[in-house]
Design a binder for this molecule. Structure first.
Ligand code: NDP
Length: 444
């Protein structure tokens, strides 16, 4: 049995109740085979893969808070500090009822490679809670965030672990958590990213993941003699990543005709109205039915369906495993040319393989959505410098980072004889950097 297959089997035996974690380990390690085989003796002796798949530590804690009726509620908090070989742990905090150890481990594991790809000094971590912010009052959100931070603060710090937003954690939640960290420690430091502009946040961080997704997609098209101009795109999700992906796609001359949330989806043949979408989702925090009610050209459909719409480019920006084999088949039948992931692991393994076999250009989330964490790292830099950069400064750095990522994953794929396999290119490029640092730092 190969070293890679041995480790996949061990992970699967040790973590049977963590399907998302197993899925990402299998995806990443399988694609690393050519790189591992090149240096297998050293990697085996140094147990690089065994160390890579086991987090440095997992923190799990009780989060008690009082709701508006005076009832005490209890949620579970998580922080998985996966690997800090190239920098402090860095990764978002997800607040969603589906959150469990396996989901946080999958996200933390992916973060190691994604963060390495940015070229910036950040390690991999992830956290969150099974708390559901939907339908909660501002006071309840604050009560939860304060209680969550009352434990988390012991484990994080500007040079230790720097969490950020993710699903369910936006500027409001980061603000309440930052206030509590400051109160408990007395320190005013860049311990969280995604902060408000008035207290250390970075311009362009809000837009970064969606914009970065379009910058890399544009570079991909450019290198294949194409452009975004006139392309029809389908986007899933209607949150932070989706909104700014749609906005940038429109700025590049493409037309985005769909978006979705957890209950339904919109088909708007005239192109999604981003300002209206922002009003519905960022201000009113309402359902997409409100978008359809205000926009005569839009159709609202219950359930899933975004991938059935004819398009040139598909950008999944909602959540994991939202693009399955049948969806991939529908996209291919409709002539899709590229799929680039805004969300983390939105495409299932069989769907990814199908798209690649059919010649669709596919860039996975570790590369395609790295613009968010890269800009978070730029926020850390500004905090350390006690300076704030202009929007244009941050945006142009982001653009260059995404272009570099594209060429890095493309060149790496070519170097290992798998030209055009951007998933393998991304995993191997991220792995090479982290493995080199791990080897240099000895057994730790
Ligand atoms: P948001 O919470 O802002 O938005 C998530 C969107 O996806 C919402 O429209 C939500 O619908 C929908 N959604 C969430 N869960 C489900 C589900 N189970 N089924 C269907 N739809 C769902 O999150 P973000 O936009 O920040 O994150 C989206 C994805 O991008 C995640 O995978 C995240 O990990 C990834 N990502 C985010 C980064 C960032 O900077 N924000 C950086 C890198 C990756 P509803 O409105 O109904 O909840």
């Amino acid at each position: 049995m190969s070293y890679v297959d041995e480790i996949i089997a061990k992970v699967s035996e040790k973590n049977p109740a963590e399907p998302e974690f197993l899925q990402t380990v299998e995806e990443v390690l399988t694609s690393l085979k050519p790189a591992i085989e090149k240096n297998e003796e050293v990697y085996r002796r140094e147990a690089i893969l065994e160390r890579l798949v086991e987090p440095d530590r997992q923190i799990k804690f009780r989060v008690p808070w009082v709701d508006d009726k005076g009832q005490v509620q209890v949620n579970i908090g998580y922080r998985v500090q996966f690997n800090n070989s190239i920098g402090p742990y860095k990764g978002g905090l997800r607040l969603h009822p589906s959150v469990n150890t396996g989901i946080i481990k999958f996200l933390g594991f992916e973060q190691i490679f994604k963060n390495a790809l940015t070229g910036l000094p950040i390690g991999g971590g992830k956290g969150g809670s099974d708390f559901d912010p939907k339908g909660k009052s501002d006071r309840e959100i604050m009560a939860f965030c304060q209680s969550f931070m009352s434990e988390l603060y012991k484990h994080i710090g500007a040079d230790v672990d720097v969490p950020a937003g993710d699903i369910g954690t936006g500027a409001r939640e980061i603000g309440y958590m930052y206030g509590q960290y400051k109160k408990l420690t007395g320190r005013y430091e860049g311990v969280l990213t995604g902060k408000g502009l008035s207290y250390g946040g970075s311009l362009a961080r809000t837009e970064a993941t969606g914009y970065g997704l379009l910058y890399i997609t544009q570079e991909l098209l450019k290198c294949h003699g194409q452009s975004m101009e006139g392309k029809v795109c389908v986007v899933s999700g209607a949150g932070n990543v989706a909104i700014y992906a749609i906005q940038k796609a429109h700025q590049m001359g493409a037309k985005v005709v769909t978006c979705s949330d957890s209950t339904g989806w919109i088909y708007d043949p005239e192109g999604i109205d981003v300002e209206l979408l922002k009003e519905v989702k960022e201000v009113k925090r309402a359902r997409l039915t409100e978008y359809a009610a205000a926009r005569p050209s839009a159709e609202y459909h219950e359930g899933r369906g975004v991938w059935s719409v004819k398009c040139d480019i598909a950008l999944p920006c909602a959540t994991q495993n939202e693009l399955m084999l049948d969806d991939a088949k529908a996209l291919v039948a409709n002539g899709v040319m590229a799929v680039c992931e805004g969300a983390n692991m939105p495409t299932t393994l069989d769907a990814t393989k199908y798209l690649q076999e059919k010649g669709v250009w596919f860039i996975g989330g570790k590369a395609a959505n790295a613009g968010g964490v890269a800009t978070s790292a730029l926020e850390m830099t500004q905090n350390s410098e006690r300076l704030s950069w202009t929007f244009e400064e941050v945006d142009s750095k982001l653009q260059q980072i995404m272009i570099n990522i594209y060429h890095n994953i493309d060149d790496t794929a070519k170097r290992y004889g798998v030209e055009g396999d951007y998933v393998a290119g991304a995993n191997i490029a991220g792995f090479e950097k982290v493995a080199e640092a791990m080897l240099a730092q000895g057994v730790c």
